[in-house]
Write a protein of this length. Structure first.
Length: 411
């Protein structure tokens, strides 16, 4: 009886949260905006101060440069507030816009990177080219896109949190997402923010039976990252669930599901026509030491066997080792607390990263698996525990931000 009463009370609190938020439009904006401004502002200032304190960068000369001009590994040498956020993969996106796609078997090539993020960044850069060099216009547009998309993602994340959790846990979930050590990539010229926004709103639309929107956003997600195509089977199952698991209940709206994988299929068709290999984006992964392997076994070996002498690299590897063991139980928790749709999405999203044979970028791939933060939030009810977790997360995030801005780990 007590358990039933507790469940009913929890449902009442969730319904009350939904009611308050739906009646007050500002409630949908206040928490996401506050979390966004505080978390992103902290990272921007930290990156700026880190570069002011130590302005000596020593990137590997074999890395792809960010541009062809002076100081090729610095996009904004005179604007340190921005400069630290254009590193590593950002150069590939700029190369795609400048030179188009290239594929050399056995070598790192731009076909590994999906087209939507560089395409949108290039379009946003057009008006900026009147006042900035072309590479700076592109990178400024990319950073603006990342920040704007992350705010849109937070709005959707807040909506899901209010639907699934009680008010206090919903607010904690937003902070957990933003303070996760690898959430720094939501501020960088990377695809994480755009991908997160598309996935969150696609799943929201699916829960609301808005199938044209859900599948259209899924198509865009699959044009942003390869894992976006994994939305397709989940949307199909969710549609079938809403039809009572009866095939006879399907209607014309089910045809929208054919749109969901369109982004990846179009990119694959382009690679087939251009390079004669529709799976070039898969085959090129070997150049980054990624190939299929058993979960955890190969990942642990890749971490333990890594010769990382730089303290920041060791920190990055240590965090990845923690994630290898923490992610499976967190996925189970997400399934129990967030429902089968978000739980299954968590499992499918992490499966490619956990079977890649390399732990590199595992933290970055985890940052976009948002149901994990929804699932963890109710467990941090005690203020002292929440404060301790937040403090540790912020310290780790700032350390990784310093490493990223100085061309070190993480990547």
């Amino acid at each position: 009886m007590r358990a039933r009463a507790a469940r009913q009370a929890t449902r009442g609190e969730r319904a009350g949260a939904r009611g308050r938020d739906s009646n007050d439009p500002l409630a949908w904006w206040a928490t996401p905006l506050g979390v966004f401004l505080v978390s992103r502002g902290l990272l921007l200032v930290a990156s700026y101060l880190g570069l002011r304190w130590d302005d000596a960068l020593a990137p590997d000369p074999l890395l792809l440069p960010l541009h062809d001009g002076a100081e090729p590994y610095r996009a904004f040498p005179g604007a340190l507030l921005l400069d630290g956020w254009v590193r590593w993969d950002a150069g590939w996106y700029h190369a795609i816009v400048r030179h188009g796609y290239a594929f050399t078997p056995g070598q790192q090539s731009s076909v590994a990177f999906f087209p939507l993020y560089p395409l949108l960044s290039g379009l946003l850069a057009w008006p900026l080219r009147a006042v900035l060099p072309s590479h700076q216009a592109f990178y400024l547009a990319a950073l603006a896109l990342s920040h704007g998309a992350f705010f849109v993602a937070l709005l959707g994340f807040r909506r899901l949190a209010c639907a699934l959790l009680e008010p206090g846990a919903a607010a904690r979930a937003s902070w957990l997402l933003c303070l996760f050590p690898y959430a720094l990539f939501f501020s960088a010229a990377y695809t994480e923010s755009l991908y997160l926004a598309l996935v969150v709103w696609s799943l929201i639309a699916a829960r609301q039976s808005r199938w044209a929107l859900a599948c259209g956003l899924a198509a865009l997600a699959s044009a942003t990252r390869s894992t976006g195509v994994l939305l397709t089977p989940l949307l199909a199952l969710e549609h079938l669930r809403q039809c009572g698991w009866r095939l006879q209940g399907l209607d014309r709206r089910a045809l929208w599901l054919l749109l969901a994988p369109a982004g990846l299929l179009a990119f694959s068709a382009f690679q087939w026509l251009r390079f004669g290999d529709p799976l070039a984006f898969v085959h090129v992964q070997a150049a980054w030491n990624r190939s299929f392997a058993l979960p955890n076994v190969a990942l642990i070996w890749s971490v333990v066997g890594s010769a990382a002498f730089d303290p920041l690299s060791r920190l990055d590897l240590g965090l990845q080792l923690v994630l290898i063991f923490a992610l499976p139980p967190l996925v189970v928790l997400a399934w129990r607390r967030c429902g089968w749709l978000l739980g299954a999405w968590s499992a499918l999203s992490l499966l490619p990263a956990l079977t890649a044979g390399s732990a590199a970028a595992l933290g970055r791939f985890t940052a976009v698996v948002f149901p994990l933060f929804l699932a963890l939030a109710p467990s941090l009810r005690r203020r002292w525990l929440l404060g301790l977790v937040a403090l540790i997360a912020v310290v780790l995030q700032l350390a990784l931000t310093y490493g990223f801005s100085h061309w070190r780990s993480p990547v």
